[in-house]
Design a protein around this ligand. Sequence first.
Ligand code: NAD
Length: 291
Amino acid sequence: MPAGLIGLGNMGRGMALSLLRNGHAVLGFDLSAETRAARAAEGIAIADELPALISACDILILSLPHAAAVRAVIEGSAGVLAHAAPGTLVIDTTTSEPAVTRELACKLRAAGHAMLDAPVSGGPRGALAGTMTMVIGGEAADLARAMPLLEAMSAKRVHVGPGGAGHVTKLVNNLLCGANLVLLREAMGLIEEAGLDVQTVFSGINAGSGRSGVSEVNLPNWIANGAFNSGFSMGLMRKDIRLAAQWMDELDIALPLAKAVAGIWAKSAEALPDAEDFNRIVTLRNPERGA
Ligand code: NAD
């Protein structure tokens, strides 16, 4: 049976091509007729209707823009619950909402199906090269079943817990990355006030305990050299941090710093368009005012 790939945008396209390159049959579907035609021209077999794909595949990989689209694909009248054969496995690579994921995983399990949440990082380039990182929530047996497909799409896979854990991990990871970028901007201000060179000072910090992924990777590759071409946009980072903020608002725990960081990212929309590189947040002079 082919693997079904639902959502053939920037990420889904690369995943489908990585699967094909590694010898897996793929059947794809996208809501957009234009995208379906473009992917067919690249050699991906396409189903014209979602139910036709769902009934032809026992493993479905989702790469959708948000949780509402995942819900529509699973619960809609043309979706998985209505059309899948018993024992279908859904692998959701969307950056989605943990509570929605847990709810949908329960509904799928009650109907005799299974679900893994496997959000990704690595961007469209990583999807195309099959070098993404996946953080995965779900049952070990379902992960073993999915592994040949996951190995064709990713270089690193970490099983972080039961259903929903992958989406929790992804949101916390991106919140930490966003916080580190905001802190990097403030640290750069301190270093410049002291009349010192930012990169030279960070070569010292990166040998010590103040380092982070942002100081070790983002600063030299995309910030200090002025490239700002990481391939991950302000719009996508703001979406991920907005999801983390919504989740934090539902909780009754003190998160003052995380909430301040989320506020700064939300405000940045006033000065930095969605298409800009996400590292541009370090160029805002007054991030609290979105300027
Ligand atoms: P995209 O907008 O390029 O692609 C999403 C595709 O889903 C579109 O082609 C759209 O037509 C299709 N779609 C929407 N609703 C649908 C439905 N109900 N049924 C079928 N198809 C539907 O987005 P993308 O950049 O490919 O991102 C996909 C997911 O991966 C997002 O959740 C994003 O946050 C996540 N992600 C993206 C990146 C990145 O760098 N682009 C990196 C990591 C994670």
